[in-house]
Design a binder for this molecule. Structure first.
Ligand code: ATR
Length: 270
């Protein structure tokens, strides 16, 4: 039986076991997917134990996404560009790292708005953290001609601009005035998530043809998504990114690219 898991600390909140277990059942495959809590100081030792126990791979979540990078024998181009590994495959006792968040971000949009043209204009990205790096890698891969990053801490955006072509930096404080001419607006910060401060932004200057995407999915209809609805913009909620990023990981381990369906979406939103 193929054994897999998600590793993190804490791990009880992770929705990944629900997602992968759903697919194992749906496609009638023999396999397991557990949630394993590993404190940061034990990562190397525990990782070796899991390899020795025959695990085929893992998802990696907070706080291990950067640390695991150095423990991998090989890391692919996508994970290198993002600077984080969220999925690993074990082959012959060796650990191979990748990052499926980029795929998840892009596929969510393609699935929800199939005729959306990434190349039609500028993308505005709110935030410059780990999530923003994955999103920007996806935007660059899809041929977005210009990416404007707005982040509270400007230095972090400047660092990001060194790593990606086509990235320009704007002013966080003037974010509501930077939205004209944008083809898409993406929130990659945790602002607007239940328990976090609100994302304060007025999107009335955003063209109606723009697509709005929030990577926050709790609540599903964040203030930003509600503003997009009111403004008449097309919008994509954050839940699909979580579901779509899981697909290539499942395929790596179980050799079947699973599909996202409504039942799965309802299950994780419950
Ligand atoms: P993640 O991996 O989820 O992106 P992160 O790397 O900690 O997490 O990044 C969090 C992002 O949310 C950053 O862009 C952060 O801005 P700073 O670089 O200025 O810290 C942004 N963020 C978090 N809290 C914020 C707040 N109260 N106001 C504005 N931006 C905030």
């Amino acid at each position: 039986m193929i054994k897999t898991a998600v590793i993190g600390y804490p791990i009880h909140h992770s929705k990944s076991p629900q997602i992968h277990t759903y697919w194992l059942k749906k496609y009638n495959l023999e396999g397991s997917y557990e949630a394993i809590e590993i404190p940061p100081e034990n990562l190397q030792e525990k990782l070796q134990q899991l390899i020795d126990a025959g695990y085929a791979g893992f998802n990696v979540t907070v706080p291990h996404k950067e640390t695991i990078f150095d423990l991998c024998h090989e890391v692919d181009e996508t994970a290198k560009k993002v600077g984080a590994v969220n999925t690993v495959q074990v082959r012959d006792g060796k650990v191979y790292g990748t990052n499926t968040d980029v795929y998840g971000f892009v596929q969510n949009i393609k699935h929800e708005v199939p005729d959306f043209d990434f190349t039609a204009g500028k993308a505005i990205v709110l935030g410059a953290g780990g999530a923003a790096r994955g999103v920007i890698k996806g935007l660059v891969d899809e041929g977005v001609p210009e990416i404007l990053v707005l982040n509270r801490t400007k230095e972090k955006a400047e660092k990001l601009a060194l790593d990606f072509k086509n990235v320009k930096i704007g002013d966080w404080d003037n974010r509501s005035d930077s939205l004209s001419e944008a083809n898409m607006l993406i929130n990659t910060t945790a602002l607007g998530m239940s328990g976090s401060p609100a994302l304060e932004i007025d999107i009335s200057q955003l063209p109606q043809s723009s697509l709005v995407n929030d990577i926050v999915y709790a609540p599903l209809h964040t203030d930003l998504i509600q503003a997009a609805q009111k403004n008449g913009n097309r919008y994509v909620t954050g839940i699909g990114m979580l579901l779509h990023q899981a697909r290539p990981a499942f395929e790596l381990w179980f050799h079947k690219l699973p599909q996202v369906d409504e039942q799965l979406q309802e299950l994780v939103l419950r």
